[in-house]
Write a protein that binds this ligand. Structure first.
Ligand code: NAD
Length: 377
């Protein structure tokens, strides 16, 4: 029953990765994003949906539509080098799609770390990169260890404060293994990514986990409607805040991007409306420290030791960072990607506005096993 529409109802439908990719690329092309760039952005959004990072997949399309319409996102992305001395480089993302600047920075840091053993690439004037693990995983696929951090608009106060100064400041690292999948750690330094809360609101979820966010009066809540993205909580309290500060120091201060309330962007949007983000990638070639096979075999040993650890009562499996997404991607490639009805309605509308075909969805029998548990991990 391909093509079943769900209007603005509730529930979930399924779509294949290929159909979602085609639908998103057609909408992006309708927004005058050059075809090759539209394909690359669509690819990364679908990759997030495949991996179960639903907050950073097709859900972001309405945000892009609004930013393009208001002129705050450039449809054609041009990434230029501002400085380059071999081991370090600074790129300018031209306030275009963050995915394209992210891919270019990941490519550059990989090449430079392979050449010099270690490299760092900063990106200024880029926008939302989406899920950072997509980039660190690409660098790890080249046999390199990678760290990536990104800052953004000021809507999260420091630990113990009420003045919004930081973003959800995500951090991802990836480490190549031998026979095991690469380890890919990819988190916001707040208890949850802001877009997960926005997606829970869009889906009309009955409740969110304790500790995600407070309401606008600063009171803890599990009601998604009452929870405010301006009152997200740090993960681990002062510890998450300390990591968020490192992200701000690297992606903001060091990269030459905006930080705190200091604006260093050509964009007129500032503070909590800021679209410009700073990014830093750091890569290390482990082969400079030990033969590559020795290093990756040691990573495999550690992974297996952790996975084989005695489990606490009630725990079915011990996961390594990146494994839930790796398994989800296999499952969704086989069974289809679940899309909530309100998101399908948004995509239908975006497609109609540019004269593109609506996404080819089919009814879902049921939610895929494990979906909810993993999103709350
Ligand atoms: N670009 C941006 O502006 C921005 C901002 C914030 C967050 N994000 C993205 O949002 C996404 C979600 O962030 P989040 O903080 O909500 O993530 P999360 O809390 O779901 O944590 C995800 C990480 O935890 C690992 N994980 C999950 N369950 C596990 C388990 N049981 N044992 C061990 N590891 C486990 C996953 O493999 C993954 O590395 C990330 O992709 C992040 O990059 C992006």
């Amino acid at each position: 029953m391909t093509g079943t529409r769900t209007g603005t109802g509730t529930g979930t439908v399924l779509i294949t990765a290929a159909d979602l990719r085609a639908a998103l690329a057609a909408i992006l092309a309708g927004w005058r994003v050059p075809a090759e760039q539209a394909d690359a952005v669509a690819e990364l959004l679908v990759e997030a949906d495949l991996r179960g990072v639903d907050s950073h997949g097709a859900h972001l399309m309405p945000m892009y539509a609004a930013r393009l319409a208001s002129g705050h996102l450039t449809p054609r992305t041009t990434v230029t080098a501002i400085a380059d001395d071999g081991t370090t480089a600074i790129l300018d993302g031209g306030l275009g799609f963050g995915q394209l600047a992210g891919l270019e920075a990941a490519r550059l840091v990989s090449a430079r770390a392979a050449e010099h053993g270690v490299a760092a690439v900063a990106v200024r004037e880029t926008t939302h990169l989406g899920a950072l693990g997509a980039y660190t995983a690409r660098v790890a696929a080249e046999g390199l260890i990678c760290l990536c951090v990104q800052n953004g608009p000021t809507f999260v106060p420091p630990f113990g404060g009420v003045t919004p100064l930081l973003s959800t400041n995500p951090l991802s690292y990836a480490v190549p293994a031998g026979e095991e999948p690469a380890i890919v750690y990819d988190v916001a330094t707040t208890a949850v990514a802001g877009n997960k809360l926005l997606l829970a609101k869009k889906r009309g979820d009955a409740a969110i986990p304790t500790g995600w966010a407070n309401d606008e009066h600063g009171r803890p809540t599990t009601d998604p409607a009452a929870a405010s993205v301006r009152h997200l909580q740090w993960f681990g309290g002062h510890k998450g805040f300390g990591l968020a500060l490192l992200v701000e120091l690297l992606a903001g201060v060091l990269a030459g991007s905006s930080f705190g309330t200091t604006e260093r962007t050509a964009s007129p949007l500032h503070g909590d409306a800021r679209v410009a983000k700073g990014v830093v990638f750091i890569a290390i070639d482990p082969a400079r420290f030990a033969p590559r096979a020795v290093f990756t075999a040691a990573v495999d040993t550690l992974v297996r030791e952790i996975r084989g650890s005695e489990r606490a009562t009630g725990v079915e499996r011990i996961w390594l960072p990146g494994e839930p997404e790796h398994e989800r991607a296999r499952q969704r490639a086989r069974d289809g990607i679940p899309l909530p009805a309100p998101l399908v309605a948004e995509l239908d509308e975006l497609a109609a506005k540019v004269g593109a075909a609506p996404p080819r969805v089919r009814p879902a029998g049921h939610e895929q096993p494990g979906d909810h548990e993993q999103e709350e991990a």
